[in-house]
Design a protein around this ligand. Structure first.
Ligand SMILES: *[C@@H]1O[C@H](CO)[C@@H](O)[C@H](O)[C@H]1NC(C)=O
Ligand SMILES: *[C@@H]1O[C@H](CO)[C@@H](O)[C@H](O)[C@H]1NC(C)=O
Ligand SMILES: *[C@@H]1O[C@H](CO)[C@@H](O)[C@H](O)[C@H]1NC(C)=O
Ligand SMILES: *[C@@H]1O[C@H](CO)[C@@H](O)[C@H](O)[C@H]1NC(C)=O
Ligand SMILES: *[C@@H]1O[C@H](CO)[C@@H](O)[C@H](O)[C@H]1NC(C)=O
Ligand SMILES: *[C@@H]1O[C@H](CO)[C@@H](O)[C@H](O)[C@H]1NC(C)=O
Ligand SMILES: *[C@@H]1O[C@H](CO)[C@@H](O)[C@H](O)[C@H]1NC(C)=O
Ligand SMILES: *[C@@H]1O[C@H](CO)[C@@H](O)[C@H](O)[C@H]1NC(C)=O
Length: 509
């Protein structure tokens, strides 16, 4: 444990509020190796949530095309084992539109869905029917394949069966992890943004010696990583928001013992970064929430003065910042989640060393913050994910009630009642993990820190049954990493840290 703490020193300083550390200074990152608390994964999750929300908004236009949409197939197939995937058998599942509208919508937006499954031989011809989240655990081998289509693969051998998990709604056949190619740089505290063209933009972060301004793109078609310009500022624990026009907006962060007020925009067409106007204050470990095509809301975070309750709005049209009313509580490493009704739910976080259970709502039309129900547990370093039913799943984080403070529990926020209810606990405690919503509406949680170790565990939350199931473990334990849902529904996990070991590795689920 001494070793752990020794190695983990920078991180501990980042946590500074953990009981084992008495210093309450934000600033006290020794050796300026790491920046402060890890919020990035949370930020990324928020970004993903925002993106999904936006996608949901777009849905109605797409739903008209639904049938044709799902029958298209891309022939790009990622084989991992023996398996052929062919167009055929499209017919069966088409009608699966059942399930909740939102989940279909998320599915329909994304151009491709993974249909995994397909059995090599044997197989009972279970054509799993639609029912939303039903897992079709029919067979052994799983391979992920990017193919749209409700359809699926006729299995190579005889078999009358066309196993298909009805893609539209669920497609939950068992999946596993495979290594993606490595990033060019090891990094933690970075961001990952899925661009409209399906590429993933990785930006910034830090390793054990320096902060990074480098950015690189992951091309899902080739699996290649390529550098793509550098930000004007190196930064870690900042926010990145994918805008409707395909640009990526980053704000704040931490670098070399200083906090950033700068913001930048990435243009995927020119593959360049340009500075935007500065925020009113420096901050890292804050959150960014996107409203439509016009406004980004920045909330809280921390700088040398401590945790912040201030909020500001960036006008994407004019490039100007506007202050808005401050939150009721100062918060950093909180979550900010755009709800289906357009409000932003801010929950938890840390304030001067105490952990928050309070939550508040921001309404852009009034510019007002309103307190909503408290969570049942104080937490920061947690994740918050909007489910297809509009509820928000909050999971894990660092609190007061579990071994080493890392929480195993999860709770649901119902925007209709403004209340939180406990849902099933995860199988493993964790903080600074990731949570990604899959096309079937289920939530994949990966990695994180549990007070002792950097876990490689992963688990899935089924929003219909409100239960967790353990998924395969990642190859590497990691926290402060990112997880991005590709258009294929494959999840790309990148980087992160494990003790003082900073990872360039990436994995696909
Ligand atoms: C898929 O597997 C088949 C047969 O093993 C192989 O011919 C094909 O090249 C593979 N496709 C990809 C994209 O790896
Ligand atoms: C797959 O389906 C598309 C559209 O239905 C068709 O154009 C294409 O030829 C099919 N490919 C194969 C290999 O059957
Ligand atoms: C994946 O990469 C990790 C190292 O990051 C390695 O330990 C593991 O063996 C790799 N797995 C496979 C199947 O290559
Ligand atoms: C940083 O990490 C690299 C790779 O793990 C290692 O070789 C190097 O010694 C580390 N440097 C410091 C200062 O810890
Ligand atoms: C990208 O990947 C393809 C196929 O995997 C490979 O042939 C090509 O050389 C790669 N390009 C770069 C720039 O790495
Ligand atoms: C950041 O800190 C590193 C390590 O102390 C130092 O080498 C570097 O010059 C610093 N960069 C700036 C811009 O201050
Ligand atoms: C933004 O702030 C930095 C200092 O943090 C300053 O050097 C820079 O000039 C500012 N940029 C603008 C456009 O005000
Ligand atoms: C922004 O969104 C509004 C309403 O959603 C729309 O009317 C407007 O055309 C959009 N502007 C751009 C530049 O996309």
């Amino acid at each position: 444990m001494d070793d752990v703490e020794e190695i983990y020193l920078p991180s501990r300083n980042q946590h500074q509020t953990v009981s084992k550390s008495s210093d309450h200074h934000w600033v006290s990152v020794t050796h300026n190796r790491l920046s402060k608390r890890f919020k990035i994964s949370i930020g990324v999750c928020a970004v993903i949530g925002v993106v999904i929300f936006l996608l949901v908004l777009i849905v109605p236009t797409l739903t008209n095309n639904k049938s044709t949409f799902f029958t298209t197939t891309t022939n790009t197939v990622i084989n991992t084992t023996t398996q052929t995937i062919s167009n055929s058998t499209i017919s069966t599942s088409t009608t699966t539109t059942s399930t909740s509208t939102t989940s279909t919508s998320t599915a329909s937006i994304l151009t491709t869905t993974t249909s995994s499954s397909t059995s090599t031989s044997s197989t009972t011809p279970t054509s799993t029917s639609t029912t939303s989240t039903s897992t079709s655990r029919t067979t052994t081998t799983t391979t992920t394949s990017t193919s749209t289509s409700t359809s699926t693969s006729t299995s190579s051998t005889t078999s009358t069966s066309t196993t298909t998990s009805s893609t539209i709604s669920s497609t939950t056949a068992p999946r596993g992890w495979s290594n993606a190619s490595r990033m060019n740089n090891a990094r933690a505290g970075h961001t990952a943004s899925v661009l409209p063209n399906g590429e993933v933009l990785i930006a910034g972060g830090n390793n054990n010696v320096s902060y990074s301004s480098s950015t690189e793109l992951y091309d899902p078609a080739t699996g290649n990583w390529t550098f793509t310009g550098s930000m004007n500022y190196a930064r870690t624990q900042f926010t990145a928001t994918v805008l409707e026009n395909g640009k990526v907006f980053v704000s704040g962060g931490y670098y070399n013992d200083s906090w950033l007020n700068s913001a930048e925009l990435y243009d995927p067409l020119t593959r360049t970064w340009t500075l935007a106007n500065n925020m009113s204050v420096e901050r890292h470990q804050h959150e960014a929430s996107l409203f439509g095509n016009r406004t980004v809301l920045i909330t809280g975070g921390a700088n040398t003065l401590g945790d912040l309750n201030s909020a500001e709005l960036y006008d994407l049209l004019t490039g100007n910042w506007f202050s808005t009313i401050a939150m009721h509580y100062r918060r950093a490493v909180h979550t900010a989640t755009v709800l289906v009704n357009g409000q932003v739910l801010v929950a938890g976080g840390v304030q001067s060393g105490s952990f928050l259970k309070s939550a508040e709502l921001y309404d852009l039309s009034t510019g007002m913050w309103t307190m909503t129900g408290n969570m049942n547990f104080e937490r920061w370093q947690h994740t918050a994910t909007v489910l297809p039913n509009g509820k928000v799943l909050v999971a894990g984080g660092l609190g007061y009630y579990y071994s080493n403070g890392y929480l195993i529990n999860a709770e649901l926020y119902d925007p209709l009642t403004g209340t939180w209810t406990n849902t099933a606990s995860m199988n493993y405690p964790r903080g600074k993990h990731t949570a990604s919503i899959l096309k079937n509406g289920n939530v994949l949680v990966t990695g994180g820190y549990n007070g002792i170790d950097f876990t490689n565990t992963a688990e899935l939350y089924d929003f219909v049954t409100e239960t967790w199931t353990i998924a395969d473990r990642m190859f590497d334990g990691r926290y402060w990493h990112t997880a991005s849902v590709l258009t294929s529904d494959i999840v790309l996990v990148t980087g992160g840290a494990r003790f003082s070991d900073y990872l360039d590795g990436a994995e696909l689920y």
